[in-house]
Design a binder for this molecule. Sequence first.
Ligand code: MG
Length: 259
Amino acid sequence: MTPPHDDSAIVATLLAQPDRAIFLDFDGTLVDLAATPDGVRLQPGVREALSRLAAHHDGALAIVSGRPVDQIDAMLAPLVLPVAGVHGVERRGFDGQLHVAPTPDISPVLARAQSLAVLHPGLLVEHKRGAVALHYRLAPELEQLCVREMTAAVQACPGVLLLHGKMVLEAKPAASDKGGAIAAFMREAPFAGRVPVFAGDDTTDEAGFATVQQAGGTGVKVGAGASVAERRLDSPDALRAVLLATPQPEPGVAYDDIV
Ligand SMILES: [Mg+2]
């Protein structure tokens, strides 16, 4: 167990520096985890805070998520941000162009996960572009069975990697990860030449932390658990408090003017 430690003041200072590029995971970082992926809710003020922060950094703010890009868009609407989805398989840059990485055939993993979910109604299968997530949050007693089944299924699929996240097993292309997505953003305007900061909460975010720290930036782990990230916030609440406080808009500038 990680000892209690919170770098809120340092993270607030980093986010306020206008030469940064900001990358944020979504689930468990910006929003609290829920019983099902559809159950998460954006807290009041977070959308407006993201809009202000994006403007403060000349647009160099992106969401880097395991969700598909269109789900992130739906959650943030009417705000539209650069987004990397499905752990980097999909990426829409600041210019609005969508990049999609090649994906190996994942259908055997999907079939196995769906068979398991038929037998065990507490399991939830998500099929995304090039990835399959098996959620067992509603049936935690099935963890070992899920691990066994998904490990076997992935072993039969070259180029597919199994991630073990918070109450979820996700098979995704080995060649795509959040680190690669952040590196791709950093080669493009308005991210290029800035110092990256990435906040995330789960195993899939470790590749992102490594990438930003190799580039001289800062990884921020949200919540407990081992991490390569140099900084830590206690919870999504702690991150939201920092976002809501920093930076404040210019007097007289309305939210609608920024969006
Ligand atoms: Mg997360």
